[in-house]
Design a protein around this ligand. Structure first.
Ligand code: AMP
Ligand code: MG
Length: 350
């Protein structure tokens, strides 16, 4: 299959530029498109055969359900049983980087939900994504547009690397604003649990909904007999070929010097050692393979750069990588969650 690559010109009319993409979705094909979180791999969310193609192109296990994307929050009512809590969240955070899990209606095919009786719904804020959904006239089922197991794509080149020849079209809308996948929450009656942290932070959710329970899988490795609430959280994810060793910044006064000394010693022994940390610490490191996540405490920037760096490490000969992550406040919880998974839970103390 030849994959068409369409670059969006933000100065021209969007609907004209997206009309062919919308036709592909309507006719059961696959289109990768930008959102504010990461790039999505979209198909009609009402067409079981089209959604099967998503699993095939990604190599995604069939029990890992997809998120359906709608162009306005109230559209969710067609696909799931909404309640007051849904509208509380929708009024506060939609359109935006949040996905809500609710009991599904029968119009949503089982292939989209991996056989679950719930469905994940999101209304993205990215104008290209919203216009594409509107023009298609159907909800768009879309997981991240990467090969299963790889980091989610944050620019069209990442999608091209993974999906060229496997899907009908890639829409290039530039780099994603947030760079991490959406926050996922589940609503059960009026209770809200956090299944995956993202751009809508735990603190933001708590301000609107009160107490939120955080699924254990957000922070910890589950035992073999335990199941995360989001099936996708159980799969190995994001890990580059080289082993990542993760160090938590404990905010102690000598942390930076201590860790710089530790990583430099590793680089001295093995020049194929990589590192990924904030600017101030990077400046103290001597190696060739250092990725600067952005200034200390600028966690939004760390989120934006993380997935590209995990991909770039695979283009280098590094054999081990030391990564530093800051505290859990704000989007820090999401950054930490992705780094923990990239390290395969290899957290070390220095
Ligand atoms: P992705 O879009 O690639 O980030 O994948 C979608 C994520 O949403 C995966 O982690 C899924 O497990 C999760 N998800 C989708 N539908 C449901 C659902 N009905 N219940 C729980 N998690 C879901
Ligand atoms: Mg994904």
């Amino acid at each position: 299959m030849i994959t068409k690559f369409v670059k969006i010109d933000s100065k021209k009319d969007l609907s004209g530029q997206l009309s062919e993409a919308a036709e592909i979705i309507k006719n059961g094909g696959l289109v990768a498109f930008p959102t504010e979180t990461v790039y999505g791999l979209g198909a009609s969310g009402l067409d079981p055969d089209a959604s099967k193609k998503i699993y095939l192109a990604k190599g995604r296990p069939s029990d890992n359900p997809l998120i359906i994307h709608v162009s306005a929050p109230e559209e969710a009512e067609k696909y799931c049983y909404v309640n007051d809590m849904f509208y509380k969240l929708a009024n506060a955070f939609m359109p935006g980087p949040i996905t809500v899990i609710l009991k599904k209606k029968s119009i949503v095919p089982d292939t989209v939900t991996g056989g679950l009786n719930t469905v994940a719904v999101r209304c993205p804020s990215d104008p290209v994504a919203r216009e594409l959904i509107k023009l298609s006239g159907v909800p768009i089922a879309a997981p991240s547009a990467n090969t299963s197991g790889k980091p989610s794509p944050t620019c069209a080149e990442h999608v091209l690397n993974d999906m060229d020849g496997k899907i009908d079209m890639i829409i290039d809308g530039g780099s994603c604003k947030i760079g991490l996948e959406s926050t996922i929450v589940k609503i059960t009656d009026e209770n809200v649990s956090l299944l995956r942290p993202g751009g809508i932070t735990l603190e933001m959710l708590e301000r609107v909904c009160g107490t939120i329970s955080v699924d254990k899988a957000v922070r910890e490795k589950l035992a073999d007999n335990e199941r995360p609430l989001a099936p996708g959280m159980k799969y190995k994810h994001y890990a580059p070929k080289a082993q990542v060793y993760l160090i938590f910044d404990d905010n102690s006064t000598d942390f930076q010097n201590r860790v710089a000394e530790f990583i430099n010693a590793k680089i001295n022994i093995n020049p194929l050692t990589g590192a990924m940390c904030y600017t101030e610490l990077c400046k103290q490191l001597n190696g060739k393979y250092i990725k600067d996540l952005g200034k200390k405490n600028d966690k939004e920037e760390h989120a934006k750069r993380l997935f590209a760096y995990l991909r770039e490490f695979d283009e280098t000969p590094v054999t081990e990588i030391y990564a530093v992550t800051e505290d859990e406040s704000g989007i820090g919880l999401a950054v930490r969650n992705r780094m923990i998974k990239a390290s395969g839970y290899n957290i070390i103390e220095v």
